[in-house]
Design a protein around this ligand. Structure first.
Ligand code: MG
Length: 357
């Protein structure tokens, strides 16, 4: 029995936070707009609208840098409750197209249409209908990728942003993936990318030219996964989101760290990543945990539960740096540092927003 190809959509709103402000506050429509931390402090950019991106502004850039590059930009602090309200309406709308929907953040979701009978003649037609409904109902634009796997659907939604629809038929998957830089594949972080670069493997096509054994030899277990992904083999199902209990990141150093000031700087950048991850999911959390691993692989964690969730990445970094001082860091070399926030709660809207403004 031949299996029907899977039909997966990845829907990703365009500059979601900035787009909501622009929609609701007409005076912001034509100006470069940056949503994020304090431009006079150490905050980072959450989203910039596409006017601001033309000036080179982008997510995760320090807000102070963004301000220097584009002093005329309007800087707004995130209004999480409002984004959550918008996200609820978005997910409700998407649920009308399939009950197999997996939200990955406030503004992004996978939909599986494989076994869904629908009134649309094709997956492409369903994707077009979603885009039209989002525009009419929410007054916002969404980019959609259509493919036979999550991997390719996600890469496709990113292909023609903003306001794009990219359909990759199964036969075109290998050609679509071939020229992409390796970092576009899930699981390829800065460390793996460096290893691949040193082995002169820059694109997905380069990965494919290697045998699976070579990639496993180079990268360990993830090498096998990357080999599959490079060929577009990804049968990961679209599932219903599990309630997230914590969000954390960690980094292993090429050289063991002994310098506390340097470790503080690393914790600051981990704090920015965690803070940003929470923000895109509309979450805040009160329990902060720092993990340190020593060269002999002993691993310790130090935690603190705060009365209020840290509002800024900077505040989170400060707590993390205090926790670091309760480890042996500074006396014993450290090979890995991690930062996790748990005790998560959803930021609730203060009031229900009207449908049209
Ligand atoms: Mg988005």
């Amino acid at each position: 029995m031949s299996e029907r190809p899977r039909r997966i959509l990845h829907c990703d709103m365009d500059g979601f936070f900035a787009a909501i402000h622009r929609r609701d506050e007409p005076h912001l429509r034509e100006v470069p707009l940056v949503v994020g931390g304090d431009p006079d402090g150490r905050g980072v950019v959450s989203t910039a609208n596409y006017a601001a991106r033309r000036y080179g502004r982008h997510s995760a850039m320090p807000a102070a840098t963004a301000k220097r590059l584009c002093p005329e930009a309007v800087f707004l602090r995130p209004d999480l409750a409002r984004y959550r309200a918008g996200s609820r309406r978005l997910m409700a709308l998407l649920s009308e197209f399939s009950d197999r929907i997996e939200p990955v953040s406030l503004d992004e979701a996978y939909l599986e249409l494989t076994d869904r009978l629908s009134s649309y003649p094709s997956t492409t037609a369903a994707a077009e209908a979603i885009r039209a409904r989002v525009r009419e109902t929410l007054g916002l634009t969404v980019s959609v990728g259509v493919a036979n796997s999550r991997l390719v659907a996600k890469l496709a939604s990113d292909w023609d942003k903003p306001d794009g629809l990219t359909v990759v038929p199964p036969k075109q998957v290998p050609g679509f993936l071939a020229p992409l830089p390796v970092r576009k594949l899930p699981g390829v972080g800065p460390t793996t990318e460096r290893t691949l670069t040193e082995a002169s493997l820059a694109t997905v096509a380069d990965l494919r030219a290697q045998g699976r054994e070579r990639l496993v030899h180079l990268l360990g277990r993830i090498g096998g996964t990357l080999h599959n992904l490079a060929w577009g083999r990804d049968d990961c199902p679209v599932g219903v989101e599990r309630a997230r209990k914590s969000l954390g990141v960690e980094t292993t150093f090429a050289v063991d760290q002994v310098n506390l000031a340097e470790m503080d700087r690393i914790l600051t950048s981990l704090a920015e990543r965690v803070h940003r991850g929470l923000l895109t999911r509309g979450l805040t959390g009160r329990t902060v945990t720092v993990k340190a691993r020593y060269p002999d692989f002993r691993t310790v964690t130090r935690s603190q539960t705060l009365a209020e969730p840290p509002a800024e990445a900077e505040a989170l970094a400060t707590v993390a740096q205090q926790l670091l001082r309760r480890t042996e860091a500074g006396q014993t070399p450290v090979r890995l540092l991690g930062l996790t926030v748990a005790n998560l709660t959803e930021a609730e809207p203060a009031e229900q927003l009207p449908l049209f403004r």
